[in-house]
Design a protein around this ligand. Structure first.
Ligand code: DGL
Length: 270
């Protein structure tokens, strides 16, 4: 048994990396659905079906708890999965709530009514599917009032990163930040609402300027996972080693993963 981390591709490795640094004794089972990435341009039904298939594979690998590191899956599929698909002895958690808790400076489990918070203008950078779902705004509305969210669908960035073309990825990030600034000239905070974007965090920060606080989810999700496992130690797992699974070509996925994380990662066929 291990803690499962699901993503459409390589981006979830940013979450895996932060989680394994914070929880070095916890074994993780990572599944990247590289064969079907990117999810960000798929419709909600498609994302739902692919995500259920991927999570089932992680259950087969012995996981009782799966983190949907993928924002697109969290936005387009998580609620439906939790309402009608996840068995009672399993858990699937998403990545929006930790981000929103941090943005609104609320403690874990604070279920008090929504209230005014210190930020007013928030930029959200995410995939087209995540932006279309409005899931971020929906979750935020449970916790905060008076926050204006301007969302920018960052077409092309995930493909460029998955292809290892970081020059194109940087150019696209800068043009998406420009587009966002035309709609919201002075955001106070920016959310990187896609697992791939922490790999471009410096570019986002540079393009947005030093006064904008950039929230990147990897560390926030890792912190929230630590908190969750402290409260639910039965979901911790008793496996001793981590595994990396992909629906794509294990050799090329391993090479790109090794390049991203700057340590050797070996994927197996899912
Ligand atoms: N990992 C996905 C996310 O966090 C983005 C990649 C994709 O479009 O598949 O939204």
């Amino acid at each position: 048994m291990a803690v499962g981390i699901f993503d459409s591709g390589l981006g979830g490795l940013t979450v895996l990396d932060a989680a394994s640094k914070r929880l070095p004794d916890v074994p993780f089972a990572y599944l990247g659905d590289n064969q079907h990435a990117p999810y960000g341009v798929r419709d909600a039904q498609d994302v739902y079906e692919l995500t259920c298939t991927g999570v089932s594979r992680l259950w087969d690998a012995g996981c009782d708890l799966v983190i949907l590191a993928c924002n697109t899956a969290s936005a387009a599929a998580l609620r439906r999965m939790q309402e009608s698909w996840v068995p009672s002895d399993k858990r699937v958690l998403g990545v929006f709530v930790p981000l929103i808790e941090a943005l609104t400076e609320r403690q874990w489990g604070d279920n008090s009514p929504p209230r005014e918070v210190s930020v007013r203008n928030v930029a959200l950078f995410a995939t087209p599917a995540t932006v279309a779902s409005r899931a971020f705004q929906r979750e935020l509305a449970f916790r905060a009032i008076g926050v204006d969210v301007e969302a920018q669908a960052c077409g092309g960035v995930v493909d460029a990163i998955e292809d290892g073309d970081m020059i194109l990825a940087e150019a696209l990030v800068r043009s998406h930040v420009d587009a966002l600034k035309r709609k919201m000239p002075s955001p106070e905070a920016a959310i990187l609402g896609c697992t791939h974007y922490p790999l471009m965090q410096d570019v986002f920060q540079d393009a947005l300027g030093p006064s904008v606080k950039v929230y990147s989810q990897a560390d926030l999700v890792a912190e929230s996972l630590e908190d969750y496992l402290a409260r639910h130690p039965d979901k911790l797992g008793d496996s001793v080693s981590s595994i990396f699974l992909t629906t794509g070509d294990p050799r090329s996925v391993s090479d790109r993963a090794t390049q991203f994380l700057r340590r050797r990662i070996v994927f197996e066929q899912a």
